[in-house]
Design a protein around this ligand. Structure first.
Ligand code: HT7
Ligand code: ZN
Length: 826
């Protein structure tokens, strides 16, 4: 396969002044006519196009004959402005890759990011070519949608006009038998906007939370970033078959239905929070991504890192900022640190790829957001605001680079960001070491790094009674080793370092278990308070795995103190009670030079839970008491339910699941239904509840995904359970949500996936090969399960390597999966 390199970037030969398209929709033979008005740009024109049957080609109205090749069309064109007209035929019904124009549940829909537009028509399918679009759709479907504002409609047709120049990846079309949940919004500029969430008939009563989230996102972007919406209509469509979470097409967001549809009975609190975040994320792209887009796909973090950062800010404002930060760091460590430590590591701005779809990664998204958080921390909130104002003013309507982005900050602040730019160009998680000394009232913190980055390290000091004697200060580590002095202290303080996780680094700070227990009890920074408990738990678990120790009383007591403190936020207590995931323990052991043994890790984690249940025995009764008040999705109630469900899991270890069965039977919301079912499955008492759950929800695709996931996640022999479930009549492997529900759960069951008989590896590889023929994007994404190969013992490594080899040798392997398997095989 060919490697695409950032260094090879060249601008497109021609400008595109306007695009007019007509779609005559039919499942097997859709006709697409495209009229492109090009500016002058020389006589050689290269257009992208894949899988298109070319029916006609005209330049300024005169027929031209041309033969497309496998990737596009080369033409000789007039050396002046001209109009190119093409007519092609495509077959959406047979499009199982879900890229380009495809069908889902009887409706037509599109997914064009990153390079799907070339499967719809011949076009310069690259983000730096921006143009206004006019679209006419002809179809018997009752609802016909495209980008922009509606311009005209009649029986069997509709026309849409998008005045904002956009790249082709933001093109969208939807046609189906849909109903709308509608509302209105008046922008701060006085624009009246019609809001519609389009769903299949029967689903319209499940859209209220998504609509509420949308209106709050629109208001928040006005209030916090000064950004108003810019069309008369904002449409969202929910589709069942979708490769990712959602897509920010201009004025016509398309969503995976699981991130739109929610009722208390069908969606957990986590689902509600994710819906709120994804609705916000896609909406925020209207400015960070659509109005200002990326010059090329290497700059993907320009829109994704910034938009994740903005959606994280939004969720923090809507909910608890402390809890949100902890959750974000949990995700970052689980996904991005893992990625950075393996063969798929790449810079936030990669400089080479074979298949761009493989670079929608935790590094581009989550680390990309962390880099912006650091920038804001370094320049301060006020300067960040000025820089963003300048960014929107200077670059509106443009396709930009990371250099443009950093220059805005340099111009707004006068700072030189040359060294900071390394965060974008270097892969890997930096290690920062902190050493302390104390002499004559002066506390010295010496920080060292293994690289040469600018690292903001937020530090606060506590006195021995737990009072904060120095509030949070951001130290700037710019050299290999630097010392920072704190004078005039009455007693040796306890340092709270990397507060709020001020940089995405691995912090190594030699400290006693007592000191961490002290921070867990007293730190005034909630993130570090939680993280102290986390690192203590990981250390205890490591000792249990490696030395066979029992969980330490120190840890149990320190944890109990927090969990039983009714004055603390229940959501925070629930997070503190959550044990590190087995994969996280494996990563930590590997980082410490220990080869992780999945069975021992599993046993140790279970033993830790048992010991915790014993320690909390007297308090669990209160903790599992029902959450008062009528159900609400707000952060307060969600936190209370999270704590209740954590406690229920522990109680089930003591009562064999008796209380969990009562909670399951009485549950009137999905959080408690799933929480109780998980507790029952963990206690080995879930057979009846699982059957009841399946009977109750068999007609609901979104809920049934949970039914598949839960039994694999909690299975003793996950490959065997998975192998049985793929025979289930509801296992529709071509539906990405169902495939992910099953095989995502298999790879998330750490001990099960890594069974020493290799059955987990084999089963996943079998199905990746099968899926690849239908849907390369999702197959490639799911193959990432193998990226932790080098952590494990020689036997497991050999088995994983053999499966990657088998994948690489599969006939007709896609570029997507071939690149992923090739990088992981090494
Ligand atoms: N910008 C969107 C990315 C996306 C995507 C990328 C590749 C293949 C399919 C896809 N669907 C959506 C989503 C986002 O980040 O908002
Ligand atoms: Zn995005």
């Amino acid at each position: 396969s060919e490697t695409v390199r950032l260094a090879d970037y060249t601008p497109f030969s021609h400008s595109v002044e306007h695009v007019a398209m007509t779609f005559r929709l039919a499942p097997e033979a859709t006709r697409v006519t495209t009229r492109i008005r090009f500016g002058a740009g020389g006589t050689a024109l290269r257009l992208d196009g894949e899988g298109l049957r070319l029916l006609a080609l005209r330049i300024d109205g005169a027929a031209v004959s041309a033969e497309p090749d496998a990737t596009g069309l080369s033409l000789t064109v007039p050396d002046r402005a001209f109009v190119l007209e093409t007519e092609v035929e495509i077959a959406p019904a047979g499009n199982t890759a879900l890229e380009g124009l495809y069908m889902s549940g009887g409706m037509y829909c599109t997914q064009c990011e990153a390079e799907g537009f070339r499967k719809i028509t011949f076009y310069p399918d690259r983000p730096d070519v921006m143009a206004p679009f006019h679209v006419r759709i002809e179809s018997e479907m009752p609802v016909l949608l495209s980008n922009g504002n509606p311009s005209a409609q009649g029986p069997g047709w509709a026309e849409w006009d998008d005045p904002w120049p956009k790249p082709s990846y933001l093109f969208a079309l939807v046609a189906g038998d849909l109903v709308a949940h509608s509302d209105r919004f008046t922008t701060m500029e006085g624009r009246d906007v019609a809001l519609n969430i389009w769903v299949r008939p029967g689903d319209e009563d499940r859209c209220a939370y998504a609509m509420d989230s949308l209106k709050r996102s629109m208001r928040w972007d006005e209030e916090v970033y000064g950004r108003a919406y810019d069309l008369s209509v904002f449409n969202i469509v929910a589709v069942d078959d979708f490769n990712m979470g959602a897509m920010e097409n201009k004025g016509l967001n398309i969503f995976n239905s699981k991130y739109v549809l929610a009722l208390p009975q069908t969606a957990t609190d986590e689902d509600f929070a994710r819906i709120e975040a994804i609705i916000a994320h896609e909406y925020f792209h209207n400015w960070t991504g659509n109005r200002i887009t990326c010059r090329d796909w290497f700059q993907l973090c320009l829109k994704e890192g910034l938009t994740v950062f903005r959606d994280q800010q939004f969720s923090a404002d809507m909910r608890s900022a402390a809890v949100k930060r902890i959750e974000d760091v949990l995700t970052l460590r689980a996904r991005q640190f893992r990625e950075d430590a393996g063969p798929l590591a790449h810079p936030v701005r990669p400089d080479a790829y074979e298949e761009i779809n493989n670079f929608y990664t935790a590094t581009v998204y989550e680390k990309g957001a962390e880099v912006i958080g650091m920038l804001k921390r370094l320049v301060g909130d006020e300067a960040y605001g000025r820089a963003l104002d300048l960014y929107f003013e200077r670059h509106d309507g443009q396709a930009c680079t990371i250099e443009d982005w950093l220059r805005v900050f340099e111009d707004a602040t006068g700072r030189d960001l040359t060294q900071f730019a390394r965060w974008y160009t270097e892969a890997g998680t930096p290690r920062v070491t902190a050493e302390e000394s104390w002499e004559g009232g002066t506390f010295t913190l010496t920080l060292s790094q293994d690289g040469a980055k600018v690292i903001p390290v937020a530090v606060g000091l506590l006195d021995p009674s737990g009072q904060e004697v120095r509030p949070t200060e951001v130290l700037e580590l710019t050299e290999a080793r630097q010392s920072f002095r704190f004078d005039g202290l009455a007693a040796r303080p306890v340092a709270s370092v990397l507060r709020g996780f001020s940089a995405p680094v691995l912090l190594e700070k030699p400290s006693s278990a007592e000191e961490r227990a002290f921070l867990l009890a007293h730190d005034t920074d909630p993130f570090n308070r939680w993280d102290a408990g986390r690192s203590l738990a990981k250390e205890v678990l490591s000792q249990m795995v490696v030395r066979g120790d029992a969980p330490s009383a120190l840890w149990l007591d320190a944890l109990a103190e927090v969990v039983l403190d009714g004055g603390l936020d229940p959501a925070f207590r629930a997070l503190t009670l959550r044990l590190p995931a087995e994969d996280d323990i494996a990563r930590t052991l590997h980082e410490a030079g220990v080869t992780p043994d999945p069975d021992r890790i599993h046993a140790a984690r279970r033993a830790m839970g048992d010991a915790l249940a014993e320690r909390l025995r007297d308090g669990l009764g209160d903790l599992v008491a029902p959450v008062p008040g009528p159900w609400s999705p707000d952060a307060g109630q969600a936190g209370a339910r999270a704590l209740r469900m954590q406690a229920l899991g522990l109680l089930s270890r003591l009562d064999g699941g008796a209380e969990a069965q009562r909670v399951f039977d009485a549950a009137d919301n999905m959080t408690e239904e799933v929480g109780a079912l998980s507790a029952l499955l963990d206690a080995g008492a879930g057979v009846a509840a699982l059957r009841a759950f399946g009977d109750r929800w068999q007609h609901d695709r979104i809920v049934m995904d949970k039914w598949f996931t839960l039994q694999i996640l909690h299975a003793g022999d996950a490959p065997a359970v998975t192998a049985a479930l793929v025979e289930h009549p509801l296992f529709d492997w071509k539906n990405p949500n169902r495939f992910r529900a099953v095989f995502g759960a298999l790879s998330a069951n750490h001990a099960g996936f890594h069974r020493i008989d290799g059955s987990g590896y084999r089963l996943l590889a079998d199905w990746l090969i099968r899926l690849d023929a239908a849907n390369p994007q999702t197959a490639a994404r799911m193959s990432q399960a193998f990226d932790s190969m080098s952590r494990y013992d020689a036997d497991r490594q050999a088995m994983m390597a053999a499966e990657l080899e088998r994948i690489l040798n599969a006939p007709g392997l896609s570029r997507d999966l071939s690149e992923m398997a090739g990088r992981m095989a090494g």
